[in-house]
Design a protein. Structure first.
Length: 400
């Protein structure tokens, strides 16, 4: 369901979408007659077409206002009768014509335009998509660029997370060459560069994020209006993770894969993507209580106690559906690394994804991810003062 807006706001959106007309649209301050006096016939048609397609109610309002000036206002309305309008815009135009004729207005029939049917050149169509790697929280960006029915391109940016759903949304209108240039430049970024992916796979990712979106949490502003178009034909379509799994398969030694993934996590190249952050609150409290205890223990004992706390937290942190989501994140990372020339590490991620089907207590990668996230708290334990540095506290030394 699209969000209804008034004519002034709709005109502002039109100005943003059609920069060439912005200097005429904005100074009119939403006044239909000022617009009509400043626009030539061709641009009046373009503006009315855009509104009827994108903001039908506002388009109808503008057309009816222009009709109050029959000498100039009926011409762009009549011209649209033979224009190749999308279904929604044509329906809105019929509303205008019906209301005008019911009020006794005479709307001339637009002259038929002799046209020769030609196929648009292949390079003129646009349907491209990109995905980025996942950041340490598990979020990523996806981009989808498609041809705009009225010319140019629409570029959609959506931030997704396997657990938090749809995080951010933006849609831009630009000439197709600019949209293609943006995608090309984005592939060459140094950090979190995009990799190309079939557009239907990006739609499948967006649909999956919609299903994961927490109930009761509102979607980002504007996303609901485009949700159907961004998720259409996504049922049964392979995500990027599915594509790489089908291409690279399995067969890697699980222990070797876990060892490599653990190093990547420790070096900050992978994860930690710890799910369900609220379940970590109790773990953090236990670790901090360990450091604040007046019972002074040796460093080895304190480390052992901290390890026991982390081990006990694993099963809760990776309870379903968190384990499945962790596996999906490794598979999606495998796709990005595969397309970025890191096929060996992509195979590592695919093998690690399988580990999350088993008990978390037996998964060294899950353990490494949890330890990485708890790093600051664990470091603070290492810096706790010794018994000699706590002169006001009783030396309750506990030997390991």
């Amino acid at each position: 369901m699209s969000v209804e807006v008034g004519l002034p706001e709709a005109l502002e959106r039109a100005a943003s979408a059609m920069p060439a007309l912005a200097d005429v649209i904005r100074p009119a301050n939403g006044d239909p007659f000022v617009l009509l006096s400043e626009l030539d016939a061709g641009n009046a048609e373009k503006l009315l077409t855009w509104l009827l397609e994108q903001e039908p109610d506002a388009g109808v309002e503008l057309a009816l206002s222009w009709a109050d000036d029959p000498e100039r206002g009926l011409a762009p309305i009549a011209a649209l009768q033979q224009a190749p309008l999308p279904k929604g815009a044509r329906k809105a135009l019929r509303r205008v014509l019906h209301r005008l004729r019911s009020a006794g207005a005479v709307v001339p029939e637009a002259p038929r335009r002799d046209t020769v049917a030609t196929l648009p050149p292949v390079e003129d169509s646009l349907d491209e998509a990109m995905v980025t790697a996942l950041d340490p929280t598990g979020a990523r960006l996806v981009y989808l660029a498609v041809s705009h029915p009225g010319g140019g391109a629409r570029l959609f940016m959506v931030a997704l997370d396997e657990e938090r759903g749809v995080l951010e949304f933006e849609v831009y209108t630009a000439p197709r060459r600019d949209a293609r240039r943006f995608l090309r430049d984005f592939r060459q970024r140094k950090n979190f560069a995009g990799v190309s992916v079939p557009s239907e796979s990006v739609r499948a990712l967006i649909a999956r994020a919609c299903r994961a979106h927490p109930p009761g949490k509102p979607m980002p502003r504007g996303f609901t209006e485009w949700r159907t178009r961004l998720t259409e034909a996504s049922e049964g379509v392979a995500t990027p993770g599915d594509l790489v799994r089908e291409e690279l398969g399995g067969g890697m030694d699980p222990k070797a894969a876990a060892a490599r993934a653990t190093r990547l996590i420790e070096d900050g190249e992978l994860g930690p993507w710890i799910p369900r952050a609220e379940v970590l609150d109790d773990t953090v409290k236990q670790l901090r209580a360990l450091g604040e205890s007046t019972v002074i223990v040796s460093g080895a004992t304190r480390r052992e106690q901290a390890e026991q706390i982390l081990d006990a937290a694993l099963s809760e942190v990776y309870a379903e559906p968190s384990a499945t989501r962790a596996a999906l994140r490794f598979e999606e990372t495998a796709f990005v690394w595969w397309k970025s020339g890191r096929e060996d590490d992509a195979r590592v991620c695919l093998e690690v994804a399988r580990l999350f089907a088993g008990p978390a207590s037996e998964n060294p990668v899950a353990r490494a991810a949890l330890q990485r996230l708890m790093g600051p708290v664990l470091e603070s334990l290492e810096q706790e003062p010794s018994a000699s540095e706590k002169p006001n506290e009783p030396p309750l030394i506990v030997q390991p």
